[in-house]
Write a protein that binds this ligand. Structure first.
Ligand SMILES: O=C(O)C(=O)C[C@]1(C(=O)O)C=C[C@@H](O)C=C1
Length: 124
């Protein structure tokens, strides 16, 4: 057993607790930023979904996705983030966007519709 975390009668060293709390505060801030950024992204993609439905464009655009993946992989590498993880995350997000696009197109009945503003994570 190490002595680094036993200075508190079997508990965790207060300095370790303080450091953990400090790091968790930053993690919470970052998680909040991620949620807000995703909300903004989904607001944009909802508008793209309405635009595509109104003009009978397919929900998915594989060539655009290939460009995005190449770009994000490169950005991730430069930022010392695992490029494979960045690609998986983007694919996860895009799969949800495509689901929303399909739902919008279904609602429009394939006859075109208006370009709506959409809401974060909304499917309208
Ligand atoms: O750019 C588009 O055409 C979109 O529909 C947006 C988006 C994305 O979420 O980035 C989603 C689906 C497409 O396959 C490509 C990209």
């Amino acid at each position: 057993m190490t002595t680094s975390n036993t200075g508190n009668a079997g508990g965790v060293d207060p300095a370790v607790r303080a450091e953990l709390a400090r790091l968790r505060e930053s993690i919470d801030n970052i998680d909040a930023a991620v949620v807000h950024m995703l909300a903004e992204r989904f607001k944009c993609t909802q508008q793209v979904g309405h635009l595509k439905a109104a003009h009978q464009l397919p929900p998915a655009d594989p060539s655009r996705e290939a460009q995005q993946i190449a770009r994000l992989r490169s950005l991730a590498g430069n930022a010392r983030l695992d490029p494979a993880f960045a690609e998986k995350l983007l694919n996860f997000i895009i799969a949800e966007v495509i689901r929303h696009h399909e739902s919008i197109a279904d609602s429009a009945g394939g006859t075109g519709g208006t370009v709506g503003t959409g809401g974060a994570g909304s499917r309208e």
